[in-house]
Design a protein around this ligand. Structure first.
Ligand code: F6P
Length: 532
């Protein structure tokens, strides 16, 4: 059987399995297996993932292992690790793991080591005060970039507030809405600000517009020559960045996808804005996860299991999943994962270009708990559509008033339990009667106050919120994403779907600046008239 036929046959078996298992209540799975929690929980590098409340069995995993064999998942994993061309449409390797020392390609390793040394040396000069701005030591960074050149550093800086370097502040500008760069620069002193422009291609419209504006802001205050010393770039197109006028350019390479690039010089601004050793620890955490994922048999491989769960839920017809980190410091995680998962896997054709028979990606969405409980959790508990939820909880440590911690933890556990347990109309009615409602009213309210339950969720526990666990967590999500793609037969490393809109925006720009409108649909033409 050829690769495609073998893949489809394996998926066919999984579809039949999912159809049968869909009718089994989660509680029955627990009744049948006293060790279920232990069986479906794994902990790696400070990241514990409990899939026991997902509708999955040992048989499911065995069927996914057959699928993995059919798509040569382990061969692809080895190829990715070794620098093989795993991004077929762009003819490129995908060596993001090499950025944290986990790749085997010698040339990549040497390039990574050199670049890492340069980033650390530069950061050291800035933080020690050896490298100064026109008005004295640097005390602020404006990080300009979008998508993969923004979301990772933005999330890390926000999440690791406890690890920030005193006396250094960081702002971000991604959106081409001028409000964003205006906000980023507001109140900063151009005489002590470092501008870091991050763009793999150094052609991205939003980034170039924001970078030009930031440069003008610096030049107006300190003059051209001094401004150049306060602007650095990170790019896989270093000549373009130099030509634009960056004072120093830190390279990365076409074999690093934007959404997988946090570990490269893209993290330069975090290297400066976080305390000494924090970025290194992030890399170490990611490398620990890599070591597990690369070297552990699939049956016990955390990323593989998680990829199976995500893939299986799509077979159950669940088109989205909600990612709910408890708490505040992980608020930006859903945004980071939206790009990682949806830009990687939102495809309709397999690597060979054949139409996919089933969806290759769920829609990722979510917000921090407990806030989300007071917003869309109504739908999660009682809506007709079942949405799997991924909860994240931090086991040790907390900031702010100590008394809040237990409340936060009680809430996350309660939400997962409520989704699983539910409440019958009879139980709801009994509660109403106990509260003194009349039998008629208790009967009327019983269906409104009932919960179907039997709703799946995953519990992810971070040992503590540190650079190391965060590195491991993000590497876990990268591997989970890529493995899902390989199971589906798609290429997770290209993103052609972002191109059409970019092309059209370039054509519409002159029209919005007053030029003629040609070759657009009637609705677009009407809106151009209205907006220009
Ligand atoms: O528009 C999508 C995208 O190409 C992402 O893949 C990328 O992370 C982002 O734009 C930014 O691209 P660049 O780093 O080249 O500016």
């Amino acid at each position: 059987m050829g690769g495609y036929e073998a893949r489809e046959a394996a998926w066919g078996k999984l579809e039949a399995h999912a159809e049968a298992l869909a009718r089994t209540p989660l509680k029955a799975l627990f009744t049948a297996d006293a060790d279920r929690v232990a069986r479906f929980t794994r902990e790696v590098a400070g990241v514990a993932v409990d899939h026991s409340r997902q509708r999955i069995t040992s048989e499911t995993l065995a069927l996914f292992m057959s699928l993995a064999k059919a798509v040569d998942l382990q061969g692809q994993l080895a190829a990715m690790r070794n620098g093989g061309i795993v991004n077929a449409t762009e003819g490129r390797a995908a060596m993001h793991a090499a950025l944290r020392g986990s790749g085997t390609d010698a040339a990549a390793r040497a390039a990574v080591d050199k670049a890492r040394g340069d980033v650390r040396a530069f950061a050291g000069e800035v933080t020690s005060g050896k490298r100064r701005a026109a008005g004295g030591p640097f005390n602020a960074i404006v990080h300009i970039g979008i998508g993969g050149s923004d979301l990772g550093p933005r999330f890390i800086y926000d999440a690791l507030k406890a690890f920030r370097r005193p006396g250094m502040t960081m702002r971000f500008a991604a959106n081409v809405d001028g409000a964003e760069i205006a906000d980023a620069l507001e109140g900063l002193d151009p005489k002590t600000t470092l501008v870091v422009v991050v763009s793999k291609t150094f052609t991205t419209q939003e980034t170039m517009a924001n970078a030009d504006h930031a440069r003008a802001w610096l030049v107006a205050a300190v003059g051209e020559e001094a401004a150049n010393r306060q602007i650095v770039a990170v790019s896989a197109a270093p000549e373009r960045a130099e030509k634009w006028g960056a004072g120093a350019v830190f390279p990365f390479w076409d074999w690093v996808g934007g959404r997988y690039s946090l570990w490269s010089a893209v993290g330069l601004s975090c290297e400066i804005a976080l305390q000494d050793g924090a970025f290194e620890a992030l890399l170490e955490g990611a490398a620990a996860m890599d070591a597990h994922v690369f070297d552990t048999a699939l049956a016990d491989n955390l990323a593989f299991r998680a990829a199976c769960v995500q893939s299986l839920n799509r077979l159950y017809g669940m088109k989205t999943y909600a990612l709910i980190p408890y708490g505040r410091r992980l608020t930006l995680l859903p945004a980071f994962l939206q790009q990682l998962e949806m830009e990687s896997n939102g495809k309709s054709v397999d690597v060979e270009g054949r139409a996919l028979a089933r969806s290759s990606a769920a829609i990722t969405w979510g917000d921090a708990g407990t806030n989300a409980q007071h917003s869309f959790f109504q739908l999660l508990h009682q809506g007709r559509d079942v949405t799997p939820v991924e909860f994240l909880v931090i086991a040790r440590g907390s900031e702010g008033p100590a008394s809040h911690r237990a409340m936060l933890l009680a809430n996350v556990l309660a939400q997962a339990q409520a989704l699983y347990e539910g409440k019958s109309p009879e139980a709801a009615k009994a509660e109403m009667l106990a509260k003194g409602e009349t039998p008629e009213r208790a009967q009327y309210l019983s269906t409104h106050r009932a919960f179907p339950g039997d709703r799946p969720s995953t519990m992810v526990g971070l040992d503590a919120l540190t650079p190391k666990t965060l590195g491991a967590l993000l590497a876990f999500y990268e591997h989970r994403t890529v493995m899902q793609a390989w199971l589906a037969g798609i290429n997770p490393f290209d993103q052609w779907g972002v191109e059409l809109g970019k092309q059209m925006a370039a054509l519409l720009l002159p029209a919005l600046q007053g030029g003629a409108v040609s070759s657009v649909d009637p609705a677009t033409a009407a809106w151009v008239e209205k907006l220009r």
